[in-house]
Design a protein around this ligand. Structure first.
Ligand code: ADP
Length: 691
């Protein structure tokens, strides 16, 4: 379950015209003020993000170095393999040439002593050619370099060709004869572009040069037969001289050469070099692809890191803002005096604020997750509370709030005023109910006190009215009492005369009774008026209320010369406290009569009228009096406001309380129909239906 604080961050309070809405608005206003401060962790974040970047750069450098090392290692290996192979080839060629040379030396030795030299030459030469197919020709020359015999043809291959001045072969012949030992010629070209070398071995008999044996090697054929196929798969083999003149080459593949190695080709010597060149590794595009992929991947990682950095920056900002907001909300929640309670859709408590805990005396841990009946429900009102709980869950809670009695942990009861609103989460889903709870026990107490004071005031006001009316009433009572007394004297006289018949006395006695009733009525009215009683609304006839009032003010009206016009049509009974209405009417009538004190006697008219409109009874009391100055109009209904020297100033204030107690309104207007041009109308309304 999310923590309460988190829950409150996600909720919105709707459909509220009450304290919770005000709180929500307050939250909003406060939140608008509480803008997040710039993030303190931004620098730390930058450092944190720099580390993986550095790591990637180092990794990239390491990978590239590794690739470079591998490459140079490979080149090195290639080179040593090349050198090894070249040495092997050179050795191979040398073996072959040396072998042939030995055989030729052997033949030369044999021919110096052999009687049938011709036959022997042919035999051995044939044998030699068969074993070494790279030998183009084997010659037997005399001391003057004339051919005695030759295989396969009798011609000398280098005849008439002198690529380097005197023919290379002739020079070698000279040298071999002079030195008396075998000699290789310099390379020479024959038959187009083919290059040849010649091995010359002198034949001595009895220390005298008698001839010369010569082996002619075409260099191409030498390479073709002596360089194995696998070698040419890897390398290009060339025979060159110091001047880079090419004499022969053998290769199988075409392509860009990579590295080459040269070694002296000796024998035959004469400045010849054996050059072996290898080719690029068949395919190092894979390697290049790998490098490109690594670079691409690294840049991808960089890019994603940058994105992550941006994202984290935003996230960190949002987190900071959220933290601030959360702290602010928590501070607000703690300082709230209104109790907040959130319940889920089944009525289980999911959140209570500290004010609610203080109010009930239970801790949040004791309340959260509680299902009905709640521990703060008053046991004696369990049924009503449960019914209200069901009403709230059904979504029918009164929008203006409702009052309920709750119980504190210590058993003390308190009056709570509750406003319920829907709990809407961040996705707009209705997830429960949010209540703002006010402890109105004190307020209720104060209201009750005020009501009692008001009643007391009403009573006092009645006493004051009574005092003022006492003299008028005394005068009023005098009349019936005087009448009773005179009728009584008359009766006594008649009885004393002894002539009186009962028929004569009876009417007088009846009149006495009537006058006594009238006096009794007056006294009862006064008694009723003064008697303090609880307000009770009961159906009453407004006409009778007016009649009673007129009975009260009749005498005063006569004294003040005020004509009271009253035309009350038959009205339906109204639910009202009769005595209170009488008090209102009496007050308005008396104020009206007093306001007309300065009028000529003929223009002292007070009228009482009623109309029924919108299921309300509207009563107006109009006079032609002094009217009300605009500057005091607003103060009329405030308690103790008076313009009269002996006035108390509570009459109109009490009238308004009484009318509002009856769910009506009381207001004042100027009298537009007054013949004096001034005058006032006091109007009040009373609803006709009891609620
Ligand atoms: P009191 O009559 O003791 O002064 P009220 O509350 O009844 O107290 O009236 C307050 C004031 O309202 C009066 O002092 C008077 O100035 C003014 N007032 C009330 N009724 C009328 C009226 N009909 N015409 C003019 N002024 C009036």
């Amino acid at each position: 379950m999310p923590s309460p604080a988190r829950t409150i961050v996600d909720i919105r309070i709707v459909e509220s015209h009450n304290a919770s809405e005000r709180n929500a608005v307050m939250y909003h206003a406060a939140m608008t003020d509480a803008r997040p401060t710039p993030p303190a962790s931004a620098r730390r974040l930058r450092w944190l993000l720099a580390l993986p970047k550095l790591g990637i750069v180092l990794l990239l450098v390491a990978v590239l170095t590794l690739i470079w090392l591998l490459h140079s290692n490979e080149v090195e290996e290639e080179r040593s393999a090349l050198i090894k192979d070249v040495l092997w080839l050179e050795q191979n060629l040398r073996f072959h040439l040396d072998g042939n040379q030995e055989q030729l030396q052997q033949l030369a030795l044999e021919m110096s002593s052999e009687p049938n030299r011709q036959k022997h030459f042919r035999l051995r030469a044939e044998h030699l050619r068969k074993n070494s197919p790279d030998i183009a020709q084997i010659l037997w020359l005399d001391a003057n370099r004339q051919i005695i015999d030759a295989l396969p043809t009798a011609n000398h291959l280098d005849r008439d060709i002198e690529p380097f001045g005197p023919t290379a072969a002739a020079r070698a012949f000279e040298l071999a004869s002079q030195l008396g030992k075998q000699q290789y010629s310099e390379p020479f070209f024959l038959e187009g572009n083919s290059a040849f070398i010649e091995l010359l071995v002198p034949i001595f008999s009895e220390r005298k040069l008698t001839g010369m044996l010569a082996l002619v090697y075409p260099l191409d054929t030498l390479l073709a037969s002596q360089v194995p196929w696998w070698f040419t798969e890897k390398y290009k083999v060339e025979i060159v001289d110091d001047n880079d003149r090419l004499f022969a080459s053998k290769t199988h593949i075409a392509g860009k050469h990579n590295q080459s190695y040269e070694i002296p080709f000796d024998p035959p010597g004469a400045g010849l070099l054996l050059r072996v060149t290898n080719y690029n590794a068949p395919d190092n595009s894979l390697q290049r692809l790998l490098v490109a992929a690594i670079i691409l991947l690294a840049s991808g990682v960089f890019w994603s890191l940058w994105l992550v950095r941006e994202l984290m920056k935003k996230r960190s900002l949002a987190e900071d803002a959220l933290r601030e907001e959360h702290a602010f909300r928590a501070a607000m929640e703690n300082s709230l005096t209104v109790g907040m309670r959130a319940r889920d859709l089944v009525g289980r408590v999911i959140y209570v604020n500290p004010a609610f805990c203080r109010m009930t005396g239970f801790s949040a841990a004791e309340l959260v997750n509680q299902a009905p009946p709640m521990p703060y429900w008053a046991p004696e009102q369990l049924e009503e509370t449960y019914a209200m709980h069901q009403t709230v869950l059904a979504g029918d809670a009164p929008p203006d709030g409702f009052e309920i009695t709750f119980m504190r942990k210590n058993g003390e009861r308190f009056q709570a005023l509750i406003y319920e609103a829907k709990l809407i989460d961040g996705n707009g889903r209705h997830t429960g109910w949010m209540a703002s709870v006010l402890d109105i026990t004190e307020r209720k107490h104060a209201q009750e006190l005020a009501r009692q004071q008001q009643e007391q005031l009403q009573f006092t006001s009645r006493l004051v009215t009574m005092g003022e009316m006492a003299s008028t009433l005394a005068h009023e009572l005098n009349q019936p009492l005087a009448a009773i007394a005179s009728y009584n004297t008359g009766c006594q006289n008649l009885l004393n005369s002894g002539k009186a018949s009962p028929q004569e006395i009876l009417p007088a006695l009846e009149k006495i009774g009537l006058q006594a009733q009238r006096a009794g009525k007056i006294i009862r009215r006064v008694h009723d008026f003064v008697r303090k009683s609880e307000p009770k609304r009961a159906p009453c006839q407004f006409g009778e209320v007016v009649e009673d009032c007129l009975g009260f003010v009749e005498a005063e009206g006569r004294k003040r010369h005020v004509r009271i016009e009253c035309d009350i049509p038959p009205l339906p009974p109204i639910p009202a406290d009769r005595l209170m209405l009488e008090q209102v009417l009496l007050n308005l009538i008396r104020n009206g009569m007093e306001a007309m004190a300065g009028n000529p006697e003929t223009e002292r008219v007070l009228s009482i009228a009623t109309t029924i409109r919108d299921n309300e009874l509207q009563v107006s009391v109009s006079d032609n009096g002094s009217g009300i100055a605009p500057e005091i109009r607003d103060k009329l209904f405030t308690a103790f406001f008076t313009t009269k020297p002996e006035g108390m100033g509570v009459g109109l204030s009490i009238c308004r309380s009484i009318i509002e107690f009856h769910r009506g309104r009381l207001w004042v207007e100027d009298n537009p129909h007054s013949p004096t041009g001034s005058g006032t109308i006091f109007i009040f309304t009373l609803p006709l239906d009891a609620a």
